[in-house]
Design a protein around this ligand. Structure first.
Ligand SMILES: [Zn+2]
Ligand SMILES: [Zn+2]
Length: 327
């Protein structure tokens, strides 16, 4: 098994070229393996594309023209890609359908995480480390400054705060990424507060696909019905001070707004650190448990994270995004 990196990671074996989370169109005879449906991991292509059933559902829900030639993968089901070259998709804990890929041939094993979350949420089980010789890992929050509280603590705090605010007749606006985070927020409101929130169109579309895959979320599409719930869930990209002000004038209620992200920006609302990625310590712990001989860091703080892996774990690590050549 050989590999290379030029804007995305590829594995070369026999006559196969397998592109992981490719973001630009490649030639017809190459295979594309998509870890999950976030748009920064996918490009519109007509070539052979492998992904889990849930990821395919999400991609089909998004694309206007379906140009994919999809091949469905199942979690934990090992397939033979060529003679003695195997692939096993494993839960990555990031969003619905998100998968790590374990490649194995007669000489070596390689685990590619894609976007990774090891913490179990209301909707998804956390990713479990598995032993591999080579680890290619997401470094989104690969700096020590990124440390998130446990989800159970966040859920608890949020429960008490929102319960109080609802009893004071306030209107609540919650904002997160429309695919992944907002479904977790719906689930939280359903389970902790028995609230059915209003949601924007995009969150609605993805939430319906979650429900097709057994998530049992309860929500209503926002459509001239702002008075039919006390909670609105919105895309993170749309929330700002002016919007909250104009909403307040429309519904004659005081609004409390919250944004949910691992990044340190609040867009004028209260920031709640809730991420679909591992924080620094959990990423490092994952590397330690995979116990690889070599780590390659991709996406995010690749350089910082590879330095820390060498320093703290004594494991060989390099950052592929700066190499840009065959490894
Ligand atoms: Zn993602
Ligand atoms: Zn990503």
């Amino acid at each position: 098994m050989k590999f290379e990196y030029s804007s995305f990671f590829s594995i070369l074996k026999d006559n196969l070229k397998i592109n992981l989370d490719q973001t630009k169109v490649c030639s017809q005879d190459e295979y594309s393996f998509i870890t999950h449906a976030h748009s920064d991991h996918v490009c519109n292509t007509s070539q052979k594309t492998f992904a889990t059933k849930e990821t395919i559902d999400l991609l089909n829900g998004r694309l206007i023209k379906n140009k994919f030639d999809f091949h469905e993968l199942r979690f934990n089901q090992k397939i033979e890609l060529s003679n003695n070259f195997f692939l096993t998709p494993l839960n990555a804990g990031h969003i619905l359908g998100s998968s790590m890929f374990l490649f194995e041939d007669e000489n070596t094993s390689l685990l590619y995480t894609g976007d990774l979350n090891t913490e179990t949420s209301l909707l998804l089980k956390g990713a479990k480390p598995i032993n591999a010789d080579i680890l290619v890992i997401d470094s989104t929050f690969g700096r020590e400054e990124f440390s998130f509280p446990k989800r159970s603590i966040t859920y608890d705090l949020l429960y008490h705060t929102l319960k109080k605010e609802l009893s004071e007749n306030k209107f609540i606006v919650l904002a997160g990424y429309t695919l992944g985070k907002n479904q977790e927020l719906i689930s939280f409101l359903n389970k902790y507060l028995d609230v059915v929130p209003l949601v924007d169109k995009e969150t609605h579309k993805y939430s319906e696909i979650y429900n097709k895959n057994n998530s049992n979320l309860k929500f209503k599409l926002l459509d001239h019905n702002i008075h039919s719930s006390d909670v609105l869930i919105m895309p993170l990209s749309l929330i700002n001070h002016n919007l909250i002000k104009s909403l307040e004038q429309q519904i004659y209620k005081k609004i409390s707004s919250y944004v949910f992200t691992g990044w340190k920006y609040s867009r004028g609302s209260t920031l709640v650190p809730l991420s679909d990625h591992c924080d620094f310590e959990s990423s490092l712990d994952f590397v330690n448990k995979v116990n690889p001989k070599q780590v390659y860091t991709i996406h995010g703080f690749t350089k910082d994270f590879s330095e820390q892996i060498k320093l703290k774990l004594g494991i060989n690590a390099s950052c592929v995004s700066t190499l840009n050549k065959k490894l």
